[in-house]
Design a protein around this ligand. Structure first.
Ligand code: GRF
Length: 196
């Protein structure tokens, strides 16, 4: 059984969908939900679902990313994860953390990568006049929002969209895409899944 650690910074709706998916004949189970925000709503939701949680507050570490990442790794170790799923984890992880996990760490990003790495993806898509938007699940490498694409889901952009309305539509697809890609990944499939 593959043990999955899920990293969140906010409400954790993607995390909930991942946890809910890992039942029955699914070859993975959640082992911990970890957050850099001690008051992240996602931690409460994980606890409600019976998943262990850990918070490693990044603030006391200031600009010392290596020290923060060492604390993350230490907090993670007792749960012995095989795989990490970043799900709305809003800290950039450096090569020092990522490299040992390469090939064993996934991320979901709310754009059709390689378009719009980084933040404010929906506003940027609207500004560019894109007629479709979407989300991507990819393997994490030391480059931000880079790494092999494992799945992509598209949604139409409406003329009346705001960043918020577009974000909601994309999030609905994130909730379908991430569990589907996670399962395929654990089962050994690496070719790209396209939804719908
Ligand atoms: C998602 O849109 C994710 O792609 C982005 O942050 C959002 C997190 O939402 N990076 P949630 O915490 O999973 O509800």
């Amino acid at each position: 059984m593959t043990k999955v650690a899920i990293f969140v910074s906010g409400g954790g709706s993607n995390m909930v969908k991942l946890v809910e998916s890992m039942t029955g004949d699914h070859p993975a189970r959640p082992c911990v939900v970890l957050s850099n925000q001690p008051d992240a709503g996602g931690l409460l939701r994980a606890r409600d679902m019976g998943v262990p949680t850990v918070a490693v507050d990044h603030k006391p570490f200031g600009k010392d990313r290596p020290a923060f990442e060492a604390a993350l790794q230490e907090a993670l170790a007792p749960f012995e994860p095989d795989l990490i799923c970043l799900a709305g984890f809003m800290r950039v992880l450096t090569a020092g953390f990522v490299t040992p996990w390469e090939g064993r760490m996934l991320n979901i990003h709310p754009s059709l990568l390689p378009k719009y790495r980084g933040l404010h993806t929906h506003a940027r898509a609207l500004e560019a006049g894109d007629t479709e938007a979407g989300c991507t699940v990819h393997e994490v490498t030391a480059e931000l929002d880079d790494g092999p694409v494992l799945g992509q889901a598209r949604v139409p952009v409406a003329a009346s969209d705001t960043p918020d309305t577009l974000a909601k539509r994309v999030l609905g697809m994130e909730h379908q895409l991430y569990p589907a890609v996670l399962r395929r990944f654990v089962e050994g499939t690496r070719d790209t899944l396209y939804l719908p």
